[in-house]
Design a protein. Structure first.
Length: 685
């Protein structure tokens, strides 16, 4: 086991720490590292100073060793290369660490002539099969590309190696004895997968996507089994329920393998792009307490890594070339697994703060994220975004995401695509929410608070509606929306249907010019609407349905539900609800549209201040299949009109089993009135 610390002797190794002589300095540092490793030192320390690094000879740490910069700076020599690394892990190093200093690129003095983007000049590069690497307490800045880059090999197998495309057939394989079976729910490889030296030397292979991560349009599963056979064709072993982009460990005695996919349809040769490959990638990488800034492309580029931990870092002022963000999880696709981004401060990056394009098991927790775009793209599975503070940025959730216990200020969150998104226990402060999901019931908002205060109302740039619903229905439960919208609080597209809202409160959302708060068709249970402005003109399409059950309504100005001529509804039901009007002149319902069925039952309408107006005003331009009032209670002062419909004789209206206290009805003789109690008097008709 290596032990002890070696302080580099500058003269012995012909190393300069005054920022000169890049060629000898790079060579000398690397020679000192090799010698120290041979002498069994566990740590190499550089004297303080500035070390000019040869762009063609990066510093190369070794396994089982710490490189302690001792507060010194490694500065790349000005150059014109489109690609360079100042520190390079590329030779399967393991248990290696670089710490305690500065790594500086040549961004502002670089020669960008000669074509190309020059976006691959990096501070620390991790390649292929390195493992258990720690990068901590470094300041990395001014590179032409990334501060830190982790990149996978493709691992292609050339020659005449068998391919799965065009070589699948219906049927399964018995994973206990290797025999072929008749199974309509499985497909298997017709070809054997030989355990060639490339696979044996690495110890694993896998089923991966193409260079863009795709597995083919006719592959409908993510799960498969592998069965290994000996050279005499006898069964050896099996591994079940694997996923694409997993590593399949090869048993010592294995000669070849077959695979079984958990789907029934055999893909055509063009319908699958699954490749058998042996990629090597950085694994168990720890990036801690680093200050990454003023790089041109990215703070950290994760392009094929597993078990990467980024914690306690400050990543800021990344700009110059796309994607111009703090952290990008992208190339390598589902090779990117078990990424943990925790406790970082990310701010003032030109475009993105965190981009997750593809990968799975991505955890983003306890970070402070300010400005830029935060995105979980459709290629991401099982992302957890928890206990973060987002400030003035734009979260976009398109992949499979649990978004919980986050605090947002000045952010517009977009829920996109078809994957599941669960929003739990979050505080959205002056932060609008846009539902844009293209599949029903994949987005759920639970136990969250949405607060819009005077800062939002008086914003110099119009932030738009706080709440925008998608056409495809989703659900909201146990949440509160409170405060004003600048133009309109909600937007409901034409064709919206079947939303589910349970125990949702809309409080003081009355907005400028008293614009109408539109509600999506659906079921509302145990909801509260307190000073919520005008609700109405809910849809301009036929066949829309609303049901309100056990809800509470309190308001003091304008008609509560304003159903103008544009409203066209098939079914509207309110039952077991309570309506409290604190003014003395405002309708509960103003009906002036086209209806199928309008049904109110077991509700209470309470006007403690009375009114000369009517509680429910049904205009003579209203048309409906039926309007039914049953088992409701109307309470007012000064003998207020409960329902006014005397000018609408053609409407089939039934008013039955209702109770009126200091209230009256104003209906036409054509309307049915039966078994109502008015001021304690039973009226049979």
């Amino acid at each position: 086991m290596p032990v002890g610390t070696y302080l580099v002797e500058l003269d012995r190794w012909n190393v300069k720490n005054d920022g000169t002589d890049a060629v000898n300095t790079s060579k000398g540092i690397n020679d000192a590292i090799i010698w120290a490793s041979q002498q069994n030192y566990s740590e190499v320390v550089l004297p303080n100073g500035i070390y000019l690094i040869d762009e063609n000879n990066p510093i190369k740490p070794l396994s089982f060793m710490t490189i302690n910069l001792g507060g010194a700076t490694l500065r790349i020599r000005d150059n014109s290369l489109p690609k360079y690394a100042i520190i390079l892990f590329h030779n399967k190093q393991q248990y290696s660490r670089i710490t305690n200093g500065k790594v500086e690129g040549d961004r502002y003095t670089h020669n960008y002539a000669g074509g190309g983007t020059h976006e691959f000049g990096v501070g620390v590069e991790l390649r292929h099969g390195v493992q258990y690497i720690t990068i901590d307490n470094l300041e990395i800045f001014n590179t032409t590309g990334d501060a830190i880059l982790g990149i996978t090999s493709f691992g292609a197998i050339g020659g005449s190696f068998p391919k799965l495309a065009g070589n699948m057939e219906s049927g399964g394989i018995n994973t206990s004895n290797g025999s072929l079976t008749t199974n309509p729910n499985r497909i298997r490889s017709k070809v054997n997968i030989p355990m060639i030296p490339q696979i044996r030397n690495l110890g694993y292979f896998g089923l991966y996507g193409d260079s863009f991560g795709g597995i083919g349009s006719e592959i409908t599963t993510n799960t498969y089994d592998v069965v290994f056979y000996k050279s005499d064709d006898s069964f050896l072993s099996s591994t079940t329920d694997l996923h694409f982009f997993d590593e399949i460990e090869v048993p010592t005695a294995a000669s070849y393998a077959k695979v079984t996919l958990h789907q029934s349809t055999v893909p055509s040769a063009s319908g699958t792009t699954i490749l058998i490959r042996t990629p090597e990638f950085p694994k168990h990488i720890y990036i801690e307490k680093c200050n990454l800034h003023h790089c041109r492309r990215l703070g950290i580029a994760i392009t094929g890594m597993k078990h990467c931990y980024i914690s306690g870092c400050e990543i800021h002022h990344i700009s110059g070339t796309a994607p111009a963000g703090a952290i990008d999880i992208e190339d390598g696709y589902d090779l990117n697994q078990y990424i943990f981004i925790d406790g970082n401060n990310i701010y003032d990056n030109n475009s993105y703060n965190i981009i997750a394009v593809s990968g799975k098991h991505i955890n983003i927790t306890n970070n402070r994220i300010q400005s830029g775009i935060f995105t979980i793209n459709s290629g991401v599975n099982k992302a957890i975004v928890e206990k973060n503070y987002f400030h003035n940025c734009g979260p976009r959730l398109e992949g499979d995401t649990l978004f919980s216990n986050n605090h947002l200020y000045g952010c517009r969150t977009l829920l996109l695509g078809r994957a599941e998104a669960a929003i739990n226990n979050c505080l959205f402060h002056n932060s609008p929410l846009n539902f844009s999901k293209q599949k029903a019931y994949v987005a759920q908002v639970n136990n969250s608070k949405f607060l819009y205060d005077d800062d939002f109302y008086a914003a110099s740039t119009n932030p738009g509606a706080p709440l925008i619903f998608s056409t495809e229905p989703q659900s909201i439960s146990d949440s509160v929306f409170e405060g004003s919208g600048v133009e309109a609080f909600t937007v409901v597209p034409v064709g919206t249907h079947d939303w589910i809202l349970n125990n949702v409160s809309f409080i003081n959302i009355k907005h400028r010019e008293n614009r109408i708060t539109r509600l999506p068709p659906g079921v509302y249970s145990n909801c509260k609407f307190i000073n919520s402005g005008r609700l109405g003109e809910l849809s301009s399409e036929d066949l829309t349905n609303y049901k309100f059950n056990n809800c509470y309504f309190e308001w003091n100005s304008y008609p509560l539900f304003y159903m103008g001529p544009a409203a066209k509804l098939e079914f509207f039901m309110i039952c077991n609800c309570f309506f409290l009007n604190l003014s003395n002149s405002d309708n509960v319902f103003f009906l002036n549209g086209s209806w199928g069925t309008f049904h109110l039952s077991d509700n209470t309408f309470y006007y403690p201040n009375g009114s000369s107006n009517s509680m429910i005003d049904i205009r003579n331009t209203t048309s409906a299949d039926s309007i039914v009032f049953t088992d409701n209670t109307f309470i007012s002062k000064n003998n207020m009109i409960a329902v006014k419909a005397d000018s609408s004789p053609t409407i089939p209206l039934v008013f039955k089993d209702n109770i009126l206290k200091k209230a009256k009805i104003q209906l036409h003789d054509n309307h049915i009135k039966l078994d109502n109690i008015i001021d304690s008097v039973h009226n049979l008709n």
